[in-house]
Design a protein around this ligand. Structure first.
Ligand SMILES: [Zn+2]
Length: 67
């Protein structure tokens, strides 16, 4: 019961926009907010913004666990 207080204080840091957000999905150990998730889905693959997303997501899909 009391854990609700601590978990809802700041939210989680989104790997794409680097902002603290409340809602989103977890990908491996990282967090992607719903805003970025929707944006990513709607962005054309040849759009410059899509490359930025991929770059950010690469940090997620290749975590630095093995280094
Ligand atoms: Zn985000």
């Amino acid at each position: 019961m009391s854990s609700l207080l601590t978990e809802r204080q700041i939210g989680e840091s989104c790997v794409i926009c680097d902002q603290m957000k409340w809602k989103g999905i977890h990908l491996y150990t990282s967090f992607i907010c719903t805003d970025c998730e929707q944006d990513l889905i709607q962005t054309e693959t040849d759009h410059p913004k899509y490359k930025h997303y991929l770059k950010q997501l690469r940090k997620v899909t290749t975590p630095e666990i093995f280094s």
